[in-house]
Design a protein. Sequence first.
Length: 420
Amino acid sequence: MLGGYTEISGDGRERRAAVSSSLRGPDMPRRAPTMEAWTFESADGGRWHPVPYAEGSPVPQPRLTSQAVVVGSELWLVGGWDPSAPPDTPQFLNDVWVLDLRSNRWRQVEVEAGQEGGGELARISRFAMLALSDGRLLLHTHRCDDHVLLLDPRVGGAGGTGASAMASANAGTATVENSDRDQKSSRRVILTKVPVHGAQPGCPCSPASRGLHSLTAAAAPIPQLSQQHRKQRTGHGQTHGLQAPTVGGKATSGSDVAALYLYGGAPQSGPMFGDVWLLDSGSMTWRQLSPEGPTPPARCSHVAGASNGSNGGGGGIAGRYLIFIGGSYYARPGQLQPLDDVIVYDTQSNRWLEVEVEGLRPSPRNAAVMAPLRTEGSDGGGGGGGGGGRFVLHGGWRPFSETYDDTYIVTVTAAMEREQ
């Protein structure tokens, strides 16, 4: 868990969430953005551990509504919003940082435009990002009307760049000596704007502009376009070589894994979105889906993950089910109403499932954090397109009212298979 904001209430307790730190009235608790990092250990009832940054390490300015992903032995941080920034400092950010998880040392990364175009990374927040299996980062922002953005960290003189260095890091063969040398070398990423088209002529090219949406990698049978159509859409057979998303830091294979699902979000003005889109990362085409089953309320600021519906990660189709929890919608124009529901989308049947929820569910909230938990024999890739059935959910807030510091274990079982 990285960044967000902390709230100090009247009783002195500190709470964490990932939304605005603006104050409403003199009696409201004190809120401030943070750049703290925490890890969660699920054994023995669960325990959070603060991550101590290396002595002398630079630290990114505090922020919320940013995005961070783990690639190998590194955590990548992009953009965000710092409402506490001084008047002469931009509140919306476009910086890129990398945290070496072996040494807990931060380093800012230079962003360069790729040969195929990309320009300068705009200041962004409330966007979506995930890591592809080759280490590149895919970003979808409110400006991505006919494209997505790729940040390629596999360049420059630092350790962890290039295929061999990344493989070495994943295999655990990097040394402390190499890590220290890496901190003194330059690091840069290449930004590329990748065109994306509609799957069929005449259909909308891409989702409408939005933020606070989710982008989740999962397994699904993707309808194959004809070879002629693929060539037309990718420039006569020239593609950007997008790989299947990562599953717990490892590449997956097979034609049914190159699927990225976009759900929900909020436009700059107007009602929330409740639509579902599939991005085929092989052909770089968007396809709007029309799921069967009871349609859930539109929402933004929800949490999302992918699960095989098997507790422990030992069975089922990897990433078959998309899990969405909470979020907010407009009860009336401009009035956010938080949700406490759990909704599940089956990527194999293109259907919303009716889910039976057991145990004490979290109170209505948005802007929580949810991440897959590792289990024995599993890489814990539930949120990246993979795996098992256990997640940790923490924090969030009831808009302009209350911030939460509670933690839940979300267990998705094969019972969902009987619901379809």
